[in-house]
Design a protein around this ligand. Structure first.
Ligand code: MTE
Length: 368
């Protein structure tokens, strides 16, 4: 296996990325890197790939077809010229973020033990999907909009390009982008160059990279990654049985939070301690509060929410907690605008593919 730090460097990523796989490259930053700024640096942004990064030639076109009156075929320049550039600050979060917490409950074979770094926030620039669909004339029967990438994933059975779909209602939100820039720079190959979908508030899997086709359909995508995986299965389901359509296709991200600093397992001085983290939830909800406890949740103090509230982005937070001498576990939970909060125990959430672990954040420290 190639040296993980070398592969990270070659892909313009920090050499200390936590690499789960080098081929395809799957990596997350050390959690502290996400605490540094409201927008995640490009070299620290996690990468989740299901197959090899495809070649993006100058002749790249995206096709808009299916249940539309006027199919389109557009280069990135044509998209920019016809529909203009819209900028949105959006947090992407993989459905597998924090899976390691579920794997402590029970094994999840074949799935990477992602920590809390399979998430990041960037300013994305692109054309509004709603404008593109209006130009194509979305037909009334089009209930779903499918995105298809150019990468063929060997994980799919049989192998097929990565794809996903979102309901019509979501596709017509102006915020869904066909994006060509990330933090003011052209998309890098690992993040979907030259064009990707950005679906704010939905699990990262719906933000299809290396976008080749936008396909209006009556029903949700039959793609392996929509119909077979990225679905929430009941705890007693057999994930390998591979039943299409079993469970629930994941869409909007539920309320979630984790610690970013200090690092898990740190030695700290007993007394007042500054801790920091992030909190996020998707769709039409937003984060209203984050609580931190040093006594297992009997008493809580409120964290300070940082960064101006932005419709589709996380809130980073900071709190000062009193840490007693000895082995201490801090816990944190966020609340959203629908008064939903996080369950305490990952065992309540365990599912065969290890998705959407939003149990309380836990930080183990030794205080002297
Ligand atoms: N798009 C394609 N074409 N192929 C992929 O493997 N991975 C998806 C999504 N889009 C994927 C894709 C998943 S699971 C996630 S979480 C996000 O891309 C990750 O985006 P990033 O690698 O830019 O962070």
């Amino acid at each position: 296996m190639a040296d993980a730090a070398q592969v990270s460097r070659r892909l313009d990523k920090r050499p200390d990325m936590v690499v789960h796989e080098t081929d395809p490259y799957n990596a997350e930053p050390p959690r502290g890197a996400l605490a540094e700024a409201p927008l995640t640096a490009l070299d620290a942004f996690y990468v989740r790939n299901h197959g090899p990064v495809p070649e993006a030639g100058a002749e790249w076109r995206v096709r808009v077809d299916g249940l539309v009156e006027r199919p389109l075929e557009l280069s990135v320049d044509e998209l920019r010229e016809r529909f203009g550039a819209r900028r949105e600050i959006v947090t992407l979060q993989c459905a597998g973020n924090r899976r390691a917490g579920l794997q402590e409950v029970r094994q999840i074979p074949g799935e990477a033990p992602w920590g809390p770094g399979a998430t990041g926030t960037a300013e994305w620039t692109g054309a509004s999907l709603a404008d593109v669909l209006a130009a194509a004339g979305l037909e009334a029967e089009a209930g779903h909009v499918e995105f298809v990438g150019a990468d063929t994933s060997p994980e799919a059975d049989p192998p097929e390009p990565f794809g996903a779909s979102i309901p019509r209602r979501k596709a017509l939100f102006g915020e869904v982008l066909l994006a060509w820039e990330m933090n003011g720079h052209p998309l890098r190959p690992a993040h979907g160059a030259p064009l990707r979908a950005i679906v704010p508030g939905y699990i990262g899997a719906r933000s299809v990279k290396w976008l080749r086709r936008v396909h209006a359909r009556a029903t949700p995508s039959e793609n392996f990654f929509q119909a077979r995986t990225y679905r929430l299965l009941p705890a007693d389901a057999d994930a390998d049985a591979g039943l299409r359509g079993e469970g629930v296709a994941l869409g909007a991200v539920g309320v979630n939070a984790d610690f970013l600093t200090p690092a898990d397992g740190s030695r700290v001085r007993a007394g007042p301690l500054e801790v920091a983290g992030y909190a996020f939830c998707g769709d039409d909800r937003h984060i209203v509060r984050v609580d931190v406890s040093s006594d297992g949740g009997r008493r809580w103090c409120q964290a300070r929410l940082l960064d101006p509230a932005s419709r589709w982005a996380w809130r980073r937070w900071r709190a000062r907690v009193e840490v007693p001498v000895g082995e201490v576990e801090l816990v944190a939970r966020a609340w959203d605008s629908a008064a939903a909060t996080q369950p305490d125990d990952p065992a309540q959430l365990w599912n065969p593919k290890g998705y959407v672990n939003n149990s309380w954040a836990r930080l183990r420290l030794t205080a002297r």
